[in-house]
Design a protein. Sequence first.
Length: 733
Amino acid sequence: MDDADEWHNHGRDPSFLYQGTRLAVARQARAMWQAVPGRYPAPHRIAEEFLLACDQAGDRAQRATSRRRRWARLGVTALAVLALVASFAAVAAVRSSDAADTQRRQAQSRQLATQSEIVSGTDGRAAARLAVTAWRIAQTDEARHAMINALRSSARGLITGHTRTVTSVAFSPDGKTLATASEDRTARLWNIVTHEQIGDPMLHTAAINWLAFSPDGKALATASEARVLLWDVATHRQIGTFDGHTKHVSSVAFSSDGKILATASDDQTVRLWDTAARAQLGGPLIGHTGRVIGVALSPDNTTLATAGQDNTVRLWDVATRKQIGRPLSLLNDRGRRPVGASFGPEGGTVAFSPDGKSLAAVGGDNDVRLWDVAGHEKIATLTGHTDIVSSVAFSPDGRTLITAGADGTTRLWATSTLHQISAFTPRNRIGERIGTGIVFSAAFSPDGKTVASGRAGGDVWLWDVATNQQIGGPLTGHTGAVESVAFSPDGKTLVTASDDKTVRLWDTHTRAPIGAPLTSRTGPVVAVAFSPDGKALATASNHPELIVAPPPNTDLSPDGEVQVWDVATHQQIGGPLTGHTDRVGSMAFSPDGRTVATASSDETVRLWDIATHQQAGEQLTGHTGFVFSVAFSPDGKTLATGSGDESVRLWDVATHQQIGDPLTGHTDAVASVAFSPDGKTLATGSHDKTVRLWDPALPADASAATCALAGRSLDRQEWDRYLPDEPYQRICP
């Protein structure tokens, strides 16, 4: 108990108390004393007080340790929470920074796209450089439109330098150089990639009217007045002169080996020249009785073809310089010479075959014309109708063409043989023909086995395509002309629209009407269409408002209204879409059914959101006449419109901006537009009685194509002008 005495003698200093192991041993010894009190001497009073003080100090130390541990745990937890909060804050900060950076880049992209639009009319390559840079900065709708616009712009290939009319252009055989001739008495060479002039101009003493490269691209022939000059392309030096014609030289052409040059002239002759000796080969070729305006040599250089204003093409033996056979007449069967580049002689209703390879056109007469889309060649003229043909459509498999005419007949034609399969003429039970009413509309069922036709008398007929027989009697109920017929997507329902202001639904199996007629609010119903799922029906009638739902491609009459109906309940869906200030002439639904486009005599086109029944964005403006027709491309990204201003315009659906310049060529109102199923061809029909084909397709990689057009990236000076706070990037390879 010496430790207890020592503790007591030092004023009971706590530093003398047992802790840890010594305290544990002391507690164990005390327990033994208490268990066997007679075996060990009892501790004295100071020892008892010492042990008690040790116990109390030990308890205090243990409690302090526990507190420290709790605080340590709380500290660790707090630190973890703080770390988590800091982590969340860091993530939020990064996200906020990323969002700010995204917004900044999008703003830069839109600004560059705007700059591209500004210069697109004068510098197509600069517009392309800005557009593709905008797209690489951020893929905004505005940047995409800027690229498409640059690719479609007439200024994309703008080359300036001549001071008067450019009369002739020619590519070098390797496609790297362009030669141009002008009334400013110069011929110039241009780099195709950079659009920069190569060397100095080649000078004539008079206006140059024609030029041509030699097959090896080393020489260039230019024609001015009655003289032809030969130039070295590398040095731009004159290396030959061909004199002999007495009047204006209108055309020149090299042989495939470059040894012969053929020239055609207003003096009604053609001359052949030895390019090495710079001498004429024999006398002139004489036979045309008018100006010779074209000349070409066959690939084997044995035959020469010439075209003249005497409406003939003549073939010549190059070796003997004698004419081969009789002249070929350029006159058509009406004694008229074909002119221009229009696709066909008649226009009106047009229809693509399902594979997009053929086009059928009717309008203005009793014939139907078929055209090969790729070759722009007329395949056949189908004759048989005895009055104007009003409608044409292909069967779903493309093997059959259906036509409806004012002669009261509906006719089927085999597209493989181009022969008429049958003519459907309504007859009564004893075989007598019923009426002579005009057939306004006809349609195939989805499986191609049934044809429905509607007539001016209000009767509707069903026909079996396989047997060419009418199926039962007429479907009656309308009291006015049936303007439109359509099958539901599953073929189980037929809808008919009439001038009697009603629309009727029919069960195609039982031929019985389904429910009560749907009644137009104000006027004759001129068009009907089912939605892709067959659950909704759109009807068009004469009224200035529009009521819309999701069917595809429906044309409206002037002063048109579209009402949409629930096929199951026969109840109208939604209210009218208003905004046009004049008659609506056409409407089309996007392929996904979410958007409808309407065209009007107020010279605008509007897009509408089907879900909200609200106008989507600004109206499309640019036409200067009644917009007669509108159509979406199959992918829904492009809208085509045709107008009374004789133009066709393409629009970017995402931005509501016009793509490139208007497509011009028609000489009267464009009444119809239609995309081929693959979207690679646009057909337009006009009151000028022509159908024209256009290539509206864009490159698969618009960015790469725009880079190719741009020729190069923005240089550092241009970059700093438009993007002063951004590090320089080389956008195009």
